[in-house]
Design a protein around this ligand. Structure first.
Ligand code: PLP
Length: 392
């Protein structure tokens, strides 16, 4: 009997940072200082440098990071309640909820079927006099087409924001900085988080860079926005008991920041291992015979993609999923129901029909992609898929 291959074994993954992880957590536990201290400041400095931005502000989670960016832009007078933000229709619901909680209206744009990311050629027709921003999601770890989005944003005077919750470390491979509006002297490091006016990250435990609970961050090189986001996430206060804005409580805590600082130095290696696993999947799976598809069917994996998720698409998804489960291979679906079809948003989007998005959500199946999968495990998954999908 074959052992089980979990979709993502978090226990194994977090154990691989021992004994340093526990030692750092214990150090914070014993310090008596749990919020807004040295561990958070150190992580924020390291993550800003990693993303190539001037600022990083820790938040309670990724959803809050999105909300705080848009609340910040409203305090800066760049947007007001009821304004529109164009977002991809196929994303995790948090992208939309983050915008809505800030009092703005997400306008849904269909993706490119090849990348599952927002299709820039469909964006302009959605722009109205109330549009204020484009919110790109780097879905599954693949960078959205930031160059095309930047030129649309500039042409129409819109802010460009990244939901980078699935793309920690994703790097632009070309050496231009066209996606970025940063005015820094240094050559910018072209990583997710530094490719737009501001970016939101989540450190949900299973993300490529994950905490041991909830956590998030905003990265930006805009000093005014950075200062507002920090203050809005801290009860609208910069100085204790002086409240300038109606803020919320959304802070990264010292324990989570310490854990993230232990994990950040290995992120590039982990992402490289994810790419190596994808290379095996791309070469090993018999795409033609099985009739399965994936995004951008290149023979070699895209260097800029950090493969938070490796998606395959099948019209017989449920059957394939069940057969793999029977062989001890666990998969997941990202996501079974698109946001506009969720009960929570039915009143907002009603009978909106988005065929590309709906098809992605109907056919997507995510294969295991933990950086700690062994080559043997990857081979077992490939054989199981090739056998299962042929045996009909
Ligand atoms: C995970 C995720 C979020 C939300 O992050 P939380 O930390 O869970 O609030 C937002 N957007 C996308 C695309 C995500 O994958």
């Amino acid at each position: 009997m074959n052992s089980i291959i979990k979709y993502f074994d978090l226990h194994q993954f977090n154990n691989s940072f021992e004994p340093t992880l526990s030692a750092e957590l214990l150090r914070v536990t014993r310090s008596g200082w749990y919020l807004q201290g040295e561990a958070t400041a150190n992580f924020e400095r390291a993550f800003a440098a990693y993303c190539g931005t001037s600022y990083c502000i820790g938040t309670g989670n990724g959803l809050d990071a999105i909300t705080l960016i848009f609340l910040g832009y409203q305090e800066l007078g760049l947007m007001q309640e009821g304004d529109e933000v164009i977002v991809p229709a196929n994303t995790f619901i948090a992208t939309l909820l983050g915008v809505m909680r800030a009092g703005l209206r997400p306008v849904l744009c269909e993706p490119c079927p090849d990348t599952c990311n927002i299709d820039p050629s469909l964006v302009e027709r959605l722009i109205t006099p109330r549009t204020r921003a484009l919110l790109a999601v780097h879905l599954y770890g693949r960078l959205a087409d930031m160059e095309a989005l930047r030129s649309i944003a500039d042409k129409h005077g819109l802010m460009l924001v990244e939901d980078a919750a699935q793309a920690h470390g994703a790097q632009l491979t070309d050496n231009s900085s066209k996606g970025s509006r940063q005015d820094t002297d240094k050559a910018p490091l072209l990583r997710a988080g530094g490719l737009a006016d501001a970016a939101a990250f989540s450190f949900y435990p299973a993300k490529n860079l994950g905490a041991l609970g909830d956590g998030g961050a905003v990265t930006t090189s805009d000093s005014k926005l950075a200062s507002l986001v920090r203050s809005l996430g801290n009860y609208g206060s910069k100085e204790k008991y002086i409240h300038r804005y109606r803020g919320v409580n959304s802070r990264l805590d010292e324990l989570q920041a310490a854990a993230l600082s232990v994990k950040l130095p290995r992120l590039d290696d982990d992402n490289a291992r994810r790419r190596a696993i994808v290379e095996k999947y791309l070469k090993g799976i018999n795409w033609e015979r099985t009739g399965l598809r994936t995004t951008c069917p290149h023979l070699l994996p895209d260097e800029s993609n950090v493969y938070h998720i490796f998606p395959i698409f099948s019209a017989e998804r449920e059957e394939l999923c069940q057969r793999l489960t029977e062989q001890g291979i666990h998969t997941q679906i990202h996501y079974p129901i698109p946001p506009h079809r969720q009960q929570a948003l039915r009143a907002t989007y009603g009978s909106l029909h988005l065929p590309i998005t709906e098809r992605i959500h109907r056919e997507e199946l995510s294969l295991p992609i933990s950086p700690l999968l062994t080559d043997e495990e990857v081979e077992r998954i490939i054989s199981a898929i090739n056998e299962t999908a042929t045996r009909k």
